[in-house]
Design a protein around this ligand. Structure first.
Ligand SMILES: *[C@@H]1O[C@H](CO)[C@@H](O)[C@H](O)[C@H]1NC(C)=O
Length: 347
């Protein structure tokens, strides 16, 4: 009677040991796969050689906002001076096939072109370029690390470049394979939108969709079709040269439309992230600050009213910033601005 039961116990024990050994092995193996992925995209410059923030020198408020969000997210950056329209002279700019109507976009393009030029002159391997009214999620370092993994996967499954390079700790985004990565657009064209990859991101905003697919703690990395707005984009040296050359031959397009055109016709290799991890901020409504919200359209800025309630809310939340109206796809699960009150005052 005892014999078969013991035998069965031995078998069960053996099977148990086997399952345990296999699990330990798989777990180790999976961990080694994870640690093989470069970690540097989560560093304080988000895996780029540097972060450059374009700010018009009189915008002390925007520089403060960048600094405080950077403290919240532990990010390091350099300030790059923007260009004033009044300092531009036609004789110092490239020829134009058709002139841009407003002065603001000319100055903005020139500021971006100044960074592309410096990048090439000083041989930066990569840069993340932010406009000074950029806002982001406080977890941006973790988010960008996930972005780098997903981008590398997508570049393997849908290569746009013939480069055989691999991502490394020094080059976590595999720079040879793209010109720009759009991280803070207000719109993306539909072209190429079938080449995408969904990736897990527990810091992604809730309730967003991609092509009718509900994103549950997920974001999407996709091939760009033509991004609009340049609040945040990463650039490689090849991207900088293409854009500087394009600017030098004809100074006729605002910077974001110039990028959109070149991505659209396939001359600029670009990827983009949805929902974008960066967006433009504006001052809250009804606090009389509408005219501070844009440098480019300052001529037709509408003065808004001041309401006591709006001001009360600002003081209570210690938060005077909201997302720009054009950035409908963006929102943050935990905005860096929203983290500031607790960080500064606790409680
Ligand atoms: C972050 O990683 C990138 C890529 O390795 C590197 O170029 C950059 O210097 C790093 N940033 C810091 C602050 O170490």
């Amino acid at each position: 009677m005892l014999q078969p039961i013991r035998f069965r116990n031995v078998i069960i024990l053996l099977v148990g040991v086997c399952i345990f050994t296999i699990s330990v092995f798989l777990f180790r193996y999976k961990q080694s796969l994870v640690t093989l992925q470069p970690q540097s995209a989560g560093n304080s410059t988000l895996g780029f050689q540097r972060i450059e923030v374009i700010n018009l020198p009189h915008r002390y408020d925007r520089e403060d906002a960048i600094l405080m969000q950077s403290v919240a997210s532990d990010i390091e950056y350099e300030i790059f001076p923007g260009v004033y329209a009044k300092d531009l002279q036609e004789s110092g700019l490239p020829p134009v096939s058709k002139a841009m109507e407003d002065e603001g976009p000319k100055a903005c393009l020139r500021a971006h072109a100044n960074i592309w030029r410096l990048m090439l002159k000083e041989k930066w391997s990569s840069a993340l370029i932010l406009e000074a009214d950029a806002a982001w999620d406080v977890e941006i370092r973790a988010i960008m690390q996930r972005v780098s993994y997903a981008l590398n996967d997508l570049m393997d499954t849908h290569p746009l470049s013939t480069s055989e390079t691999l991502a490394t700790e020094k080059d976590p985004y595999n720079l040879a394979k793209w010109d720009i990565i759009s991280l803070g657009h207000c719109h993306e064209n539909n072209q190429n939108s079938d080449h995408y990859q969904i990736f897990s991101d527990p810091d992604s905003p809730v309730g967003k969709k991609y092509k009718e697919i509900l994103l549950n703690d997920e974001r999407v990395v996709r091939e760009s079709g033509g991004p609009v707005c340049t609040t945040a984009y990463a650039i490689s040296p090849t991207g900088a040269l293409k854009l500087l050359l394009r600017t030098a031959i004809d100074f006729n397009r605002p910077v974001d439309l110039l990028i959109m055109d070149m991505v659209g016709d396939g001359t600029l290799i670009s990827y983009s992230i949805h929902p974008p991890p960066f967006a433009q901020w504006k001052y809250e409504q009804h606090i009389g600050a509408e005219n501070r919200n844009s440098d480019i359209q300052s001529s037709n800025a509408n003065q808004d009213d001041k309401s006591d309630d709006a001001w009360k809310k600002v003081h209570q939340s210690m938060n005077v910033w909201r997302l720009g109206d054009n950035y409908l796809d963006s929102s943050f699960r935990h905005s860096a601005f929203g983290a500031l009150k607790q960080m500064a005052f606790g409680g």
